[in-house]
Design a binder for this molecule. Sequence first.
Ligand code: SF4
Length: 705
Amino acid sequence: GTVALKPAKKVDSTCPYCGVGCQLTFNVADDQILSVDGKAGPANLNRLCVKGRFGFDYARHPERLTQPLVRRDDAPKRADDADRIDPANPLTHFRIASWEEALERAAGGLRTIRDRDGGGALAGFGSAKGSNEEAYLFQKLVRTGFGTNNVDHCTRLCHASSVAALIEGIGSGAVTAPVQAVLDAEVALVIGANPAVNHPVAATFIKQAVRQRGLKLIVADPRGQALDRFASHSLRIKGGSDVALLSGMLCTIVEEGLVDEDYVRQHVDGHEAFAESVRQFTPEAMAPLCGIPAETIREVARLFAKSRASIVFWGMGISQHVHGTDNSRCLIALCLLTGQVGRAGTGLHPLRGQNNVQGASDAGLIPMVFPDYQRVDGGARALFEEAWGQSLDATPGLTVVEIMHAMEEGRIKGLYVMGENPAMSDPDLAHARAALAKLEHLVVQDIFLTETAAYADVVLPASAFPEKTGTFTNTDRRIQLGRQAIDPPGEARQDLWLVEELAIRLGLPWQHRTPAAVFGEMAGLMPSLAGINWDRLERDGSVTYPLDPLTGEGQAVIFGDAFPTPSGRGRVVPVSLVPPDEPPDGEYPLLLTTGRVLEHWHTGAMTRRAGALDALEPEPFVALSPKELDRLGLPRGGMVEVSTRRGSIRLQARPDRDVAPGNLFIPFCFREAAANLLTNPALDPYGKIPEFKLCAARVSVPVEA
Ligand code: SF4
């Protein structure tokens, strides 16, 4: 029989999932996590969602990789490896290797390509699930050991367009105020985000603000969501019409004299040209485009502009469009023209997805910039050359989707992937998977044989979140400690150690160091971390950057006096109405959007292997309105086939009144029916983010063979 274990120790850490950054306590016995409790961290005040509370047993799942693997000579790569290789039984295509052999092969293949074709033939994908220290060392390895800036991570697929617009507009890609600023706000706009599903604990603060503080909540989303019940205005806009809605609001603000002239005079450039450009976007002209009556557009514009304090939260529904940057430019203009930034209860908050999206970006897992967004083709290069002791490439590197194209064309021949899963997360997966199969050399460092690892030459078994210590930066700019609670299983190793081993084998003079030592090096090169050290992180468990230089305290709300731009002023930038890249047509009459579900995390590698979470949401589905199902004559709960110009998948049809007629919603976490086989790789020209949120599709009852 089983013996109930009592926790032998409690380890304080943070949640491995979303960017809210809830703090928790792992209850541990026998090198296993028994349960998780919420902790009184500043971002969660003891609250946890279902993922944080129940999503921990993946770490001891039988499919964990516990020994290094190299590809078998009799198992050549094929484009369908992601489907045909069973993660529970990788030895059909791989063999177990010693660490010595695996590391030598991993580094040797990268070395060969670098020395033969130059660093530009190599690339690296880091991860927003890794720690700041892992992200920092990974980009340093690619820049110094590979000799290229071809280093990126999944932020490219989530907030690249938001960051492009924020850096252009206010000189910083981070949030101006934390989630809990909503408790001080009079009005909040939640647009293109579904926090109750994707940032559940953040959603609890929004609900609390409505119930206890009289917050007026404006929700704008093509799909219905749980926050609608709390909203004063629930705007079910047409998919992809954000610029139309927001321009109509901005036009109202300009025409009705709602611009905060004092604020604009002191803090904003480009105001006159912007005002001129939005006059054409009258609410009457925008109403048919976004599906919201002109008078409602005016009403929410007035509400937002006139309130004592207004704040904006946004997510992938804003960023994952070919006009993602223009969407964010509108939100920035909304706050800057009305002076709704830099004070309590105001601000711009792009809700970060993974637990370390903010930190991994800050640490330089971005092809155009060194840590702290210092451009590789600018003056900061000399500083990093000095610090890292070698000359560095001045050419900005390629982004995630550009790297996949370059692999397909044979320009990139070798790739090192740490904890990312592009064979599930990239758009147009058939192409992405074919590109992975074409690589001469692929090294994948992960905890499971992911869909991406199925294409690897060498698989390095790595550590799960509770098996290592490091810092993580949440959506509020809070740097928090994740502490090791259990050991990696079998021969699996910590990620930091693996990056360092590869660096040493690529000829770099590195040594193995502690996370604290790596953080010290980072802090010395990143002005944003000025004054923050490991001792303080250990003591406080959470420090918000930037610190106030006078008091040494973290600053939750920033940019009250000036923006970090050369002039100290923000800038509003005119936008244009760009149609979706692939609108519905006669052949593909429906509009497909993709996203997440409460219980699952991104590509599902972790949560699909967490018992409670997978039991709650175990199989792929397409959600569509009951009316649409009836109109199409499709069976409720039956199997259907969804097709786009790029592929087809079969999955269960789920009636869902939150999905508007004419629309489809598919979560992208299910490997059995990967939604991204369908999605469109068209990119936003500025942020280089693909249009995951919109493409033309059709649905039918599958014809059985
Ligand atoms: Fe984890 Fe996010 Fe849930 Fe908090 S809200 S427990 S950080 S997944």
